[in-house]
Design a protein around this ligand. Structure first.
Ligand code: DON
Length: 567
């Protein structure tokens, strides 16, 4: 081979490598939407360009995701919204599912007190009363710009459902990968699988029943879901198991504005979601502990990104924080959650006292299976900012991928399996390995404890980061690591969301890392300190925005198919 060809090949190789490892965020001067679906992100941008604000866009994106991201987007589930408005106002909206009134604390146990396998995950009884429709419409009504009508808000989602949209390879393969699970319920099978073949990229996916349901909501507002034809279809669907969610449960569903969780870290202000989510309080509590450690650290204590000391320290904080989560956190309408304890700097200081910075602490030993073998990452987070500076952070879910796998016959949407987030039995882990005690026991109308952590970080009282993630119990540690990646490790938002993550949660007493996330030397060192280090699939899928004087920088997580669009 002559020299010129060798040189050309080398340049070509370097070019390919550099474009593959491109970690530049997407830029926009007037607005930014980052979500898991390219169609939904475009819907958000179209709403902003039509004169809507970030709240209008967030509601429209929520409805669009219900069409284009069936495994996690939803009208059959719930979510949380955190917002910081350009006028300074902050709100957090809880549209988490509620347990139906006939729920009771032992409903997933057999007569011997053992868990009935699958009942809280893949049966009609797994579903809480959905909150998304009430929540999205409430946010739009109370904080939207006033220039976007309900028809405009829902029109794009209805069009995507009725006329269909082209599946990406990722979406097609996700359906194919879940074919067996999606074939268990006849209506789910009819809509989400093809008898004769697999889904392919560019197949047009139409959902007529869902389009009709969305049209009823566009016409009648929340009554288009919680009353009338849609309510009738939900209640009919429940008849296959006798009864579960009934008309009264639907009519009584209410989303609620909650007291935002506020904290600070190294001069930045953190705003996040409080109970019934555990996310905001735990992130603030762990950052409080970390700030104390950073203040007191000596020069040979290396807290650089994914160093041994860094991972050991995060693990020790997480161990303590998740132990408190188990004992103290739940729906605050039903349980006295000690918010002030979690927010207290004194408590954070106190909690640090027994950390040995050279050796792992033993978490209390509890019998459990390994919940991490095949965990899906099937919640979704989206972040939005508009030209005025209204910032919105939304995490929404039907819990596991495609929820309980049951589609409301005739209404075209999947139901959640959020009841599994309750503690079915003290000491028994849920699908995320999370334990629960009395606090999170099942009660009628109560909301299950969540880890979803839609967060906004402020700098000089203005939005600086908009962040969140799916990932069950790993959501909280993912959000924390993203904040640290930007503030402590000086990464841009694309690097921050895409960098390898670690996770630990008290029990199971293990430190998880992603493939290629930690070097063999670091793993060895951690093991020597007493940590049980395990590799697992991806941890979280964060979609963030960073804001500076130049404009808005969108960071879609490279782990999934996420799309940032700015303008
Ligand atoms: O609310 C929660 O914490 C869970 N239902 C979230 C589920 C989730 O993130 C699924 N992804 N693994």
């Amino acid at each position: 081979m002559n020299d010129k060809i060798v040189k050309f090949s080398l340049i070509l190789f370097l070019f390919i490598v550099s474009s593959c490892s491109n970690k530049s965020p997407v830029f926009g001067e007037n607005g930014m939407v980052v979500s898991t679906s390219r169609h939904a992100s475009q819907v958000g941008i179209d709403i902003l360009q039509a004169g809507g604000n970030a709240i209008d866009a967030a509601a429209a994106v929520g409805f669009a995701l219900a069409v284009t991201s069936s495994s996690n987007g939803n009208i059959g589930g719930g979510g949380f919204m955190t917002a910081k408005l350009a006028n300074g106002e902050v709100f957090t909206l809880d549209y988490r599912e509620m347990a139906p009134k006939s729920a009771n604390r032992d409903m997933y146990l057999d007569k011997d007190g053992n868990i009935i396998k699958g009942k809280s995950r893949s049966t009609h009884f797994a579903s809480g009363v959905p909150g998304s429709v009430d929540g999205l419409l409430k946010a739009w009504r109370d904080y939207g710009s006033g220039v976007i009508s309900r028809d405009q808000l829902m029109g794009p989602a209805i069009k995507l459902a009725r006329e269909g949209f082209d599946l990406s390879i990722y979406e097609a393969e996700r359906f194919n990968k879940n074919k067996e699970r999606l074939s268990k319920h006849s209506e789910t099978k009819r809509i989400f699988t093809r008898d004769d073949r697999e889904w392919k990229k560019d197949d047009i996916f139409k959902q007529t029943d869902l389009a009709n349901t969305l049209e009823r909501i566009a016409k009648n507002g929340r009554d288009g879901f919680y009353k009338g034809e849609t309510a009738k279809l939900i209640v009919e669907e429940m008849k296959s198991v006798g009864s579960w969610i009934d008309y009264e449960d639907l009519e009584n569903y209410v989303s609620k504005y909650r007291q935002p969780v506020k904290g600070s870290f190294m001069g930045y202000e953190i705003i996040s979601m409080g109970p019934p989510s555990s996310g905001g309080l735990l992130v603030v509590h762990m950052l409080n502990m970390l700030e104390k450690i950073i203040e007191g650290k000596n020069s040979d204590f290396d807290l650089s990104f994914n160093s041994v000391h860094y991972i050991h320290t995060l693990t020790e904080l997480e161990r303590r924080a998740y132990a408190d989560r188990t004992e103290h956190m739940a729906d605050s309408d039903y349980w006295d959650v000690p918010n002030s304890m979690f927010l207290s700097h004194d408590y954070a200081h106190e909690r640090l006292k027994d950390i040995n910075f050279k050796k792992a602490t033993d978490s209390q030993l509890v019998e459990h299976g390994n919940p991490y073998s095949n965990q899906s990452e099937e919640t979704t987070h989206y972040s939005i900012i508009d030209s005025e500076g209204n910032a919105v952070s939304v995490t929404t879910t039907i819990n596991s991928g495609y929820g309980n796998g049951i589609t409301v016959t005739g209404a075209g949407f999947l139901l959640n399996n959020e009841m599994d987030d309750f503690s079915s039995k003290p000491g028994e882990p849920n699908m995320f390995g999370l334990l629960g005690n009395e606090a999170n026991a099942i009660e009628p109308k109560k909301r299950p404890l969540s880890s979803m952590t839609p967060t906004i970080v402020l700098k000089d009282d203005s939005p600086f980061l908009i962040l969140g993630s799916p990932g069950g119990s790993t959501i909280i540690t993912t959000v924390m690591q993203n904040i640290l990646n930007v503030i402590v490790h000086d990464m841009n938002i694309q690097e921050a969301v895409s960098s390898p993550r670690v996770h630990s949660q008290w029990l199971p007493d293990m430190v998880f890392h992603e493939k290629n996330g930690l070097s063999p030397e670091i793993i060895d060192e951690l093991k020597k300190m007493g940590h049980d280090v395990r590799m697992r699939g991806s941890i979280g899928e964060a979609n963030g925005i960073m804001i500076n004087e130049k404009g808005f920088w969108g960071g879609p997580d490279s782990r999934g198919e996420n799309t940032a669009i700015g303008y």
